[in-house]
Design a protein around this ligand. Sequence first.
Ligand SMILES: Nc1nc2c(ncn2[C@@H]2O[C@H](COP(=O)(O)OP(=O)(O)OP(=O)(O)O)[C@@H](O)[C@H]2O)c(=O)[nH]1
Ligand SMILES: [Mg+2]
Length: 733
Amino acid sequence: MNCKSTVESLFSSQSRNLFLFSAPTFVALAAAKFHIALVGNPNSGKTSLFNALTGLNQKVGNFPGVTVDKKVGFFSVEENNDTELIDLPGTYSLYPRKADEWVAYKVLMGADADVQPDMVLLVADASNLKRNLLFCSQIIDLKLPVLLALTMNDLAAKKGIKIDIEGLEAALGIPVVAVNPRKNKGLAELKKAIAALSLTSREICSKVADFIDVAALAPKAIEEVQLVFPELSKYSALHHLINFEELASKNDHDQIPEIVQKNNFNPTKSQAEEIMQRYTHIRQIMQKNVVEPGPLEKKLFSDKLDNLLLHRIWGNIVLLAVLFLLFQSVFLLAKFPMDGIEWCFTNASSWLSAKLPNGWWSDLFINGIVAGLGGIMVFIPQIMILFGIITMLEDSGYMARIGFLSDRLMRKVGLNGKSVMPMISSFACAVPAILSARNIENKKERLLTILVTPLMSCSARLPVYTILISLVIDDHYYFGFLSLQGLVMMGLYFLGTFMALLMSFIFKWFITIKEKSFFILELPIYRAPRWKNVGITMIEKARIFVTDAGKVIMMISLALWFLSSYGPGNEIKQIETQYAAKIAATPTLQDSLHRSMLAEKLNHSYAGKLGKIMEPAIAPLGYDWKIGIALITSFAAREVFVGTMATLYSVEEDDDQSLRQKMQSATHPDGTKIYTLPAALSLMVFYVLAMQCMSTLAAVKRETRSWKWPLFQLAYMTLLAYGMSFLVYQLFS
Ligand SMILES: Nc1nc2c(ncn2[C@@H]2O[C@H](COP(=O)(O)OP(=O)(O)OP(=O)(O)O)[C@@H](O)[C@H]2O)c(=O)[nH]1
Ligand SMILES: [Mg+2]
């Protein structure tokens, strides 16, 4: 329906619609900034619509609970290009239970200091209209200016559902526009409707008829709250009675509890009554305006597929196969591009060494910057593939099934089927994964998920695993396609997952938060992943990896280059003079003498001294001092390991070898190899289990609102890593 008819129908409707009183009194869009809050049920397409309108690229996924925080973007309505759109987490009703639902709830109740919306853009899934209308009816009763955008009309049509949009509009008393954000359809109409509604004053919007008789739910109490807060609608007043602690400002804190007590207000009873009344009215609206097929008439492809994918036996077999393919493809598909990138960097640095004049700055450039950059660029293909596959899992709807399949196992260790989504997305990065745990209702399960999620191997560990595996594991294929290196890599991922479950099982006995636990996850229908989204995510993540991690790596590489090229006093100078004399005496040995000089200089540098101090602590794990330095620098970000090695080895040797070759031939002072199987395995285990990521700790601090949990996490993971690496080294040597 186009906007003209939307507006016309609003003004001509004989329904309870109060817009028909409207004389435009408030030209909000002309004001500098107009704020629109985007709300609706989870997985109804809010973020898709947000992206379509603002041109941004916020994360969209085919499962409920993708957005867990507010996100802001701008778009233009008519001439005004300063309209602010705030994407919010999905909520099923105005009775929030989860941390992410509270975010949306507070905005809607006007209790969020940062976001005071002038209009609410409500998104509802047309293929699930009845449930979506519950939330919609609650928003209507808040008496804010509201516009309903119906998404998933294509799916509704497939299911055989027909909606009379004009009828719906009349019945609800708010404008309704059909859109398809996936295909950018209906956006112009939506913008026109926004413009039209923005001309309607808030006061007039507030006069729209109640969807249900709110006052009857608690007549006296609501009236008394409205005396204290005259600006509240009846329904907002009811919510203040229920959630006054979160909604009322400190000054008004005491008044509402008094009202609650005096009137014997019972929130549970009022809520049950309210929901019943709403559904009664919604059923009438549906009967009049929506034609639905009988329950058995149309079985969607999704339902048939679920018979297999959620099957108790087959479902789990498919799940294992999917995870297996995920890891194998990260290894197999990335191999050739990685070799190519490595080849380019090795050649570039030998070309540069030949062309640039000798000097400290060319040394810094080639051995510090180029070596550091090369060390991380190699891993772009693997990171892109990993993010690509995870995005496909999320976008297709399969991720939600993984949650469903694993709920039983998860429960045994104190977690919840919903913990699976953070845990799997933590294969990519723990920071967004920890945020996404907001989707878990139960506080204890959410905390446990946050505590163990960093044990899942994130993409920053990939570079470390890859280089260590290539040093000690044969490049062998079973049956022509099963890569041994890939299997070891899978083993590392498995170790992290197993430890996460084990730790949760242990912690669940010590964390005493008592709360009812349940697993309600709406299974979305299967959808083809949007390839553009997959592509953009892959490119975007590669870009972030290179720029964010790159910045840290560059800085650390530069600092390391300095620390490993200079030393205290004039020790370095002395070594240089000594060797100059030796070379002058035996010029035939010049090459090997030069190499020993570099090694000795490194040993006497600041970095060498620091490494030597920590060597006794890490020797039992099979590490030398250079690994020790890498363990410290890795705390900024794990992938810094590779850059650290690149810098330390390039300061010492100036051949045209790749980092891998240099590490392969590295030896202890007694001539034995450093990267033996036991040492490399022990190091891999350390990287699987240790908490070496400042950003993760910061995220945990923010989500748990205390330092207690991140510090606990740092302590337990470090101890676990040390203990297990020690065990592995001793067992294998
Ligand atoms: N077929 C179809 N799919 C859509 C439409 N709109 C969105 N989608 C898909 O619906 C899924 C959910 O979209 P999101 O935009 O992430 O939903 P959301 O409401 O932001 O979800 P939460 O953040 O979890 O509350 C994605 O797979 C979208 O591609 C539509 O009109 N038709
Ligand atoms: Mg979203």
